[in-house]
Design a protein around this ligand. Structure first.
Ligand SMILES: C[S@@+](CC[C@H](N)C(=O)[O-])C[C@H]1O[C@@H](n2cnc3c(N)ncnc32)[C@H](O)[C@@H]1O
Length: 320
């Protein structure tokens, strides 16, 4: 197995610890979305991608299958650098296509989950053993500046509509951070989920097999282990609904009863019956919103690829 380089530093780990206790004590409680992705969370996410209801993966896969050759022709990268790669199954379509053009390409992934990086390695290696693979374990919101990017030009990838997990402020911080490291010849391929009929969106986060429910509840096991807490997942139910005012799915854990959670510093968190802990937002975009975010980040869409029903869009982006 290829070595995974851990680029998360102890200072940010300490900051994460105080932030999570603060957001749990707050009147509107939340747990950062990245804690959904431990070993089990990453496996469950892969299963979600294969559910009938989760159209996002299928449509993005189709768009990559039909457009990979044009995307690599336009961008012609020497390094393909992916944020939050998950298993990288879809990405192999692009890497394989570019490997045909340039057998010296490298592939890099920056993901918070060791399991995701391991799956990525196994997938990319299958294309050809000679591809140089760089695996960075870290936070794509804070650790990009610690990565040494050597090979250029690069094609940055942010797939799976992961940008939808950010509110405007965080999305802008991510996009401007990326813009700063982009060179003139670099491209950025962004996959985003578009606004559509509400019932289709809601079903994708409430699959009939209950996998999303398990994925959501697993976040409690992750913070229990990391911060020595004693959340009982049976005291919570999975809730995911569409907030039409904000055009986003909001995923919560809703408490079934009043109870307390002891913190390591001997203080405690009071959780009321019916109180909700936010674990993820998943925004659904219009072009107007995404274009405005890109413009404010000094980025422009060079070409976009959409399915017939306009469920999903891949955008090939450059510096303004
Ligand atoms: C929605 S999944 C998408 C996975 C894959 N790109 C796809 O399209 O199927 C989000 C991915 O980002 C990773 N991730 C989540 N938050 C992260 C963070 N703050 N920093 C780095 N990676 C993160 C997860 O481990 C996961 O692999």
């Amino acid at each position: 197995m290829k070595k995974i380089v851990d680029i998360g530093d102890s200072e940010s780990k300490q900051k994460n610890r105080s932030n999570i206790f603060f957001s749990l004590k707050n009147s509107s409680k939340s747990i950062p979305t990245r804690y959904l992705y431990d070993e089990l969370g990453s496996k469950l996410f892969e299963k979600i991608c294969n559910t009938e209801e989760y159209y996002l993966t299928r449509v993005e896969q189709y768009l990559l299958e039909t457009n990979a050759s044009e995307i690599v022709k336009l961008s012609n990268p020497t390094d393909i650098f992916e944020f939050g790669s998950g298993s990288s199954k879809k990405t192999t379509l692009l890497i394989g296509e570019q490997f045909e053009n340039n057998p010296n390409i490298s592939y890099s992934s920056l993901d918070i989950s060791r399991k995701a990086l391991k799956m990525t390695f196994e997938q990319v290696k299958k294309i050809n053993n000679k591809i140089q693979i760089n695996l960075f374990k870290g936070d794509f919101l804070s650790d990009l500046k610690k990565v040494q990017l050597i090979n250029t030009p690069r094609l940055f990838l942010f797939l799976g509509s992961t940008l939808g997990n950010f509110d405007d402020k965080i999305a802008l911080a991510f996009l401007t951070g990326l813009r700063k490291v982009m060179k003139k010849k670099d491209y950025f391929l962004l996959g985003i989920d578009m606004l559509k009929e509400e019932s289709i969106i809601t079903s994708a986060y409430n699959d009939s097999k209950g996998i999303t429910k398990r994925f959501n509840k697993n976040i409690l096991q992750v913070v229990n282990k990391k911060y020595k807490l004693k959340f009982n997942k049976n005291n919570f139910e999975h809730q995911a609904y569409f907030n039409s005012r904000k055009s986003q799915i909001e995923m919560y854990l809703k408490s079934k009863k009043e109870h307390k959670i002891q913190l390591p510093d001997n203080s405690s968190i009071q959780i009321n019956s019916g109180e909700k802990i936010l674990t993820e937002i998943s925004r659904k975009f219009s072009f107007k919103v995404i274009q405005s975010l890109l413009k404010k980040s000094d980025l422009k869409i060079e070409k976009k690829f959409q399915d017939k029903k306009k469920y999903y869009t891949l955008m090939l982006i450059r510096r303004l």
